[in-house]
Ligand binder design. Structure first.
Ligand code: F6P
Length: 471
């Protein structure tokens, strides 16, 4: 069987805090052999052009260092100040500095140069996320003929947002150099199809660029999931129970509403707290009866728009506290730090409402983890944004428009008042969907589609067909 090479900006770290993706791909890598390739996390003055291998908890990981300037242009610049806001339809928060493109491209070239000597002809390469869109082009420019797949972990933008990205035409041409492009949701595939079918010429160049040919690239939705049964077990583990006991002591029987998100403007955190404020303002029954816990570990905090989101959230939480808190009751707790999966699983299980209301999101795995962690005899209610990819598979969540804080406030009321039989019926349907879309099947289905019948001598089915037709 051919080896699998996984490529992403960050590589998995040591220890039990590894995310679902790392766990799933670790299993797949153990079955097929191969390694994970990415940035080491180190910034140095003169990076070596060769990758260093290390064993991380039994996983073979090859890493390269980057210079501070390259990393800034590639990560904080082009990836997270241009691609991230545009792909999330937040052009108002984008900083369009086209010169960052050079650093972005240069890092992709460095990845390709360091990866190429490690490749065998029949290796299957799976590239992850928007930091590495040009990688297939750069590998192919160096002669790689391997099957290369790309998976986008964030939403695909509408054509208008795409046109706002400097060099978008080249980036789309880069996508066309992959054999398979995987997206989170059907919504993303539709946006991609809309672009590819109605490409308009580049506005700046004197001679319009030719449209991009996607005829050799398959594009499909592969909705990522988690391992809901693993979360079910984790939610009653000793570590989870410890966290539950701690939280129960401070709740004094109040219902817990829980949000867990990176501190990112795409997550709709200010709108969420505002919706909670409306719940408390509109229905006095809930005062002293509910508590909102928002866990929001800081993220990309060198970028101004992230600092501003953090400030806005501080202000709104302060306002709600000032308006409703009493000497012996606080309406909310806002924690700016990360917790390990066992603690989170315990909190998910304890929460009567899982509040997942991004303004726009890829799949959103918190929704999956919340569902997996519920007590089947007394499950909580998932209040979910219709703009998260998860909304396509979780029909029995309470779906909301996160921009409409009245609607989200009303959804909270409905979730808190929901009778047990309805909670159980909804949860059973959600759990069945989470199991159908589990992360193991996700990685297997992507790889099977990318390399359905790799012959083992470096020749893929597509090559065989091509050779046959020119023979
Ligand atoms: O959601 C997209 C994503 O790139 C995830 O894959 C990742 O866990 C998250 O954003 C955090 O991103 P960063 O590497 O910038 O901290």
């Amino acid at each position: 069987m051919s080896r699998l090479i996984v490529v992403s900006n960050r590589t998995p770290g040591k220890g039990p805090a590894a995310g679902g993706l790392a766990v799933a791909l670790r299993k797949t890598l153990a079955e097929r052999e191969g390694f994970w390739f990415g940035w080491s996390g180190d910034l140095v003055e003169t990076p070596s052009s060769e990758a260093r291998f290390q064993d991380i908890d039994g996983l073979s990981v090859a890493q390269i260092d980057l210079t501070r300037d390259d990393h800034h242009a590639y990560y904080a610049g082009f990836s997270n100040s241009i691609l991230w806001p545009s792909f999330h339809l937040r052009l108002d928060l984008a900083t369009i500095e086209a010169h960052w493109y050079e650093g972005y491209r240069s890092v992709n070239v460095q990845f390709a140069r360091a990866l190429l000597p490690l490749l065998r002809p029949d290796d299957v390469i799976w590239v992850h996320d928007y930091h590495l869109i040009p990688l297939a082009t750069e590998l192919r420019n160096l002669g790689a003929r391997n099957r290369i797949g790309f998976y986008l972990h964030i939403p695909f933008p509408t054509p208008d947002a795409l046109y706002a990205i400097p060099h978008h035409q080249e980036l789309m041409r880069d996508l066309s150099r992959y054999d398979l492009v995987g997206m989170q949701a059907n919504r993303d595939v539709s946006a991609f199809t809309e672009f590819s079918e109605h490409q308009s010429p580049s506005s700046l160049s004197g001679s319009p660029l030719k449209s991009v040919d996607f005829s050799r690239t398959e594009v499909a939705a592969f909705p990522i999931g988690s391992d809901p049964d693993a979360f079910a077990r984790l939610s009653v583990s000793a570590a989870a129970t410890k966290m539950v006991k701690r939280m129960e002591r401070s709740l004094h029987g109040q219902n817990l509403i829980l949000g867990v998100d990176r501190l990112d403007y795409s997550k709709g955190l200010p709108q969420r707290v505002e919706a909670y404020e409306k719940l408390l303002a509109n229905d006095g029954r809930f005062r002293r009866q509910v508590h909102l816990l928002q866990v929001a570990p800081p993220s990309r905090d060198t970028i101004k728009e992230y600092q501003e989101t953090s400030d806005t959230l501080d202000a709104i939480c302060g306002r709600v506290m000032g308006r409703f808190a009493e000497p012996d009751w606080q309406p909310l707790t806002y924690v700016k730090r990360a917790y390990g999966q066992p603690s989170l699983a315990g909190l998910y299980r304890l929460a009567r409402v899982g509040l997942v209301t991004p303004l726009r999101d890829g799949m959103n795995l918190v929704a999956h983890e919340y569902v997996g962690s519920q007590n089947p005899a007394d499950p909580g209610v998932l209040v979910l944004s219709r703009f998260a990819g998860a909304a396509e598979i979780f029909e029995d969540a309470v779906l909301v428009n996160p921009f409409d804080t009245d609607e989200t406030g009303e959804a909270l009321r409905m979730a808190l008042d929901m009778p047990l039989d309805e909670r159980i019926a909804r949860w059973q349907s959600l759990m069945a969907a989470a199991r159908r879309h589990n992360v193991d099947d996700w990685s297997r289905s992507f790889i099977d589609r990318l390399a359905p019948s790799t012959s083992g001598d470096g020749t893929s089915t597509r090559d065989i067909l091509y050779l046959a037709s020119v023979a």
